[in-house]
Every structure is written in C-alpha cells, then in structure tokens.
Design a protein around this ligand. Sequence first.
Ligand code: SME
Length: 167
Amino acid sequence: MTVDKAALYARVRTSLAALLSGETDATANLANTAALIYDQLPDINWAGFYLLRENELVLGPFQGKPACVRIPLGKGVCGAAVVRRSSLVVPNVHRFPEHIACDSASRSEIVIPLSGPNHFLGVLDIDSPVENRFDELDRAGLETLCSLLVHHLAPDGSPLSDVLCRI
Ligand code: SME
C-alpha cells in the first residue's frame, strides 16, 4: 500500500501541535515529539534528537535502540547536517562517508536541523531499515514538524543559551 505522505504529515502535525500545547518543559516536548514520530512513521527503526552542547552533539530524547552519545561536529550524517546548516537525506548510509552506525539494521537516514533565525539547537535524526526510505515529501513534512517544535522551545527566538538551559 502506498502511503499518502502529505496526509500523514498533516495528521502528525495536528497531533504534535496538540501534544505541545500548554506544555513548556523542553525535555518532555522533545521526548513526546520523538515518540510521536517513531509511532506514526512507517518503516523506521530510530527517531530522536542530538542537541548542540558547546562543540559537539549529545544524545537527547529518542526512541529505538541505544545510540552513540557524542558526535563531533562534521562527523556522521548528524554532524554533517550541522556544518551544512541544512537537512540531509541519505538514501544508502553505506555510501555516506563517515556515517556512524548505531544500529546495523539501518539502511537510510534523514537529518533535519532544529534551528531558528538566531539559534541552532541540534538535529532530529531518523533511521530506516529500508534503503531509499526518505524523499522530498519526508524532508518537507519533517521540516514543518521541526519548525513547530522550535517555535515552541524558543518562542520569540529566545537566545540559544536560554533554550539549552531548559533542555
Ligand atoms: N547515523 C548517525 C548517528 C546516530 S544514529 O543513527 C542514531 C550519524 O551518522 O550521524
């Protein structure tokens, strides 16, 4: 069965808005966002966050197998997305130089920056056991979800230090 990705992401966005509504705790909001994505998106084996701490990414709330805790900037798909300041869709992780394998079942990956005009909080990382799992519809849908989350974590573009203190 083909998934109607536009409809799927519209539904997930509505659910995420409801989950975030009225809640200001950043850890709770990151954890519920990871859980919602993991529960709702088909064919994924890991979904979660790496948060920017000084000069490295550190594991945040996630769903899936235990994962590597620290990723230097520029390393792995996550570190590359931070340096490029843009989303990365990797159809085959085995062909991505320096991909960091946390689960040997992973075949494809998408990483979305968590950023606003004045801040860069980290990344959303999603792995799939299916090669070529993610496309431009996933990228657009997930960027919309991340934008909603960042607005909630950093309303009015709060300074990065303020937001990270609350995570
Ligand atoms: N594959 C990621 C590392 C994190 S795990 O996939 C959860 C990377 O290359 O940055």
